[in-house]
Design a protein around this ligand. Structure first.
Ligand code: PGA
Length: 245
């Protein structure tokens, strides 16, 4: 299975900066290593600009969408609109969408199934807060988020799961190797139980303070099949080192 190295640009950059970063990235990574895939999850207003400057072999993804074809949903973006912008992937369940925008487990599940049933690849993000970890709820939280997040997902080929401990996102605090292996093990067992043989080929990405100097170690760990990177994906120089780590 190919590793997926994904950039989450969150609410950063202008269209001009996005184009410049992608051009620099294309120069730094003229061809992806043979076992690698890469994706950029860019802000909606300049997805179109990104489509035109995307490095060879990179996928384009959206950070958010609404699970309806069209309608009176002020402020929202549909999958057909994203297709026009060159997107084939979406994020669902990112902890910032859950905690800041109040997305519930069941909305996350609805969005994940809707994206996959409409021809998109979805990266479902799961992860525990520090409080939940300290209360020994890691397994229960991940299982609940996966249960609800994948309730109506049958096509596992279009699915990735990203384990992102909330306490490691944007904090510079990367989870320890044992913590990553333990959490990814919980996710893998869940996927194996739910999808039988197909569960073994679903990619599980790690996210949370991934940097050029820890990416190689992280992707060498058991059940880690790629990374989802925020801060260190904003500069072409650092993201290119992660993509090829
Ligand atoms: P970070 O963000 O790499 O800045 O910790 C990761 C994410 O939110 O996906």
């Amino acid at each position: 299975m190919n590793f997926l190295m994904a950039a989450n640009w969150k609410m950063y950059k202008t269209a001009a900066e996005a184009r410049t970063t992608l051009k620099e990235l294309a120069a730094l990574v003229p061809a992806l290593p043979s076992n690698r895939e890469a994706a950029i999850f860019a802000p909606a207003p300049f997805l179109y600009a990104c489509k035109e400057a995307l490095p060879k072999g990179f996928f384009l993804g959206a950070q958010n969408f609404y699970p309806e074809k069209e309608g009176a949903f002020t402020g929202e973006v549909s999958l057909p609109m994203l297709t026009e912008c060159g997107c084939s992937m979406v994020l669902t369940g990112h902890s910032e969408r859950r905690s800041i925008f109040g997305e519930t487990d069941s909305l996350v599940g609805e969005k994940t199934a809707y994206a996959i049933n409409n021809g998109f690849n979805a990266v479902l993000c799961v992860g525990e807060t520090l409080e939940e970890r300290e209360a020994n709820k890691l397994e229960a939280v991940l299982e609940r988020q996966l249960e609800k997040g994948l309730a109506n997902v049958q096509n596992t080929k279009a699915l990735c799961v990203a384990y992102e401990p909330v306490w490691a996102i944007g904090t510079g605090k990367v989870a320890g190797e044992a913590e990553i292996v333990e959490a990814h093990g919980v996710v893998r067992s869940f996927l194996n139980k739910k999808y039988n043989d197909a569960g073994a080929s679903i990619r599980i990405l790690y996210g949370g303070s991934v940097k050029p100097d820890n990416a190689k170690k992280i992707v060498s760990l058991d059940n880690v099949n790629g990374v989802l990177v925020g801060g260190a994906s904003l500069q072409a120089d650092s993201f290119s080192k992660i993509v090829t780590a």
